[in-house]
Ligand binder design. Structure first.
Ligand code: FE2
Length: 323
């Protein structure tokens, strides 16, 4: 929640407040297979690759996956045509809000990027993100009819795959920009904690799927439940691995092309759940990125190295389920 002392990029606007109990009341979107795509960050080459994986599953005789794009699908696309392309492509899928879209629809005074960054995030990173959202808001203003398409998007979704009930959020069940489903917030493997128990109970779900924190992990909990945070579907998720990550939940086991991989896999009820690493055309993305974000620009300074090298994060730290 916002506090008087919080600065732009660190505070969490009160309009971001959500409730786990709301998820329990939502009509579920039923599917045989869903790809949960959090944090696309304007990366259309990644979306190409994710859609190609969906087409691959169909070609393999599996049901058509439903893509659920759970927020922060805009970010690097701070150029009107790029913004329009992202908006058009994402609107073909089931989308929900992230803090980025919230700050495009209705910028909150002093919110900056609306990221609600914790104290562990350096001030410089926060400042760069605030500069990025300012440029993105300017691009969005020049494409105003498209921003209106964001207004009806929900902040949360409820899905059901077989018997597996799924709550999809951007940050955590209490806030669009919450950090309660960050890796550091998790209890030791094999344990749960009161806040997670409250979220699972009030949302009435077996799986919570999130992103926002940009650091992927998956963890199982007693009682056949799990949290999957896909980190980012628009930037690499592990060191020296250029692939992006999505969360796949399906009635059928994944049949992946050779250059894809499941970084973490579990079962919840009758569903197969995978953190899937998807290769994509990074060079094509960087051509557009570098035109919009040249040397010295905030996105170049803050994110380009992550895009080329990956974050300091590894699969053995991210996979916390019994397989
Ligand atoms: Fe976010």
């Amino acid at each position: 929640m916002a506090t008087a002392s919080a600065s732009p990029g660190r505070l969490c606007p009160v309009t971001y407040r959500t409730r786990a109990a709301t998820i329990a009341k939502l009509a579920p979107l039923h599917a045989h297979s869903v790809f949960i795509v959090g944090g696309l960050y304007g990366n259309l080459q990644a979306l190409d690759a994710i859609e190609a994986l969906a087409a691959h599953e169909v070609a393999m005789g599996l049901p058509q996956p439903q893509l659920v794009v759970n927020g922060d699908f805009h970010w690097f696309d701070a150029e009107p045509q790029w913004f329009a392309d992202v908006q058009r492509r994402v609107s073909a899928h089931a989308a929900s809000l992230g803090n980025v879209e919230a700050e495009l629809i209705d910028p909150q005074p002093g919110a900056g990027c609306g990221c609600a960054y914790p104290a562990s995030t350096p001030d410089q990173t926060v400042a760069w993100s605030n500069a990025i959202i300012a440029r993105l808001q300017e691009a969005a203003r020049r494409a105003d009819d498209l921003v209106s398409g964001l207004r009806g998007l929900p902040p949360q979704r409820r899905l059901q795959v077989g018997d597996c009930r799924i709550g999809v959020v951007h940050g955590d069940p209490d806030s669009l920009a919450g950090w309660g489903l960050e890796l550091d917030a998790m209890p030791p493997v094999g344990h749960s904690d009161p806040r997670l128990e409250q979220w699972f109970r009030e949302a009435d779900v077996d799986l919570l799927a999130s992103s926002h924190t940009c650091r992927c992990f998956a963890q199982g909990f007693p009682g056949d439940r799990a949290v999957f945070n896909n980190g980012s579907a628009g930037m690499p998720d592990f060191k020296d691995d250029s692939r992006v990550m999505i969360t796949r939940v399906a009635r059928h086991a994944a049949v992946l092309p050779d250059d894809h991989a499941s970084a973490c896999r579990t079962r919840v009820r009758d569903a197969y759940i995978d953190a899937i690493l998807v290769p994509w055309d990074r060079e094509a993305f960087l051509q557009r990125f570098d035109r919009v974000w040249p040397p010295g620009s905030p996105a170049m300074l803050s994110y380009r190295r992550r895009i080329t090298d990956g974050p300091d994060h590894h699969a053995n730290a991210a996979c916390r389920v019994s397989q």
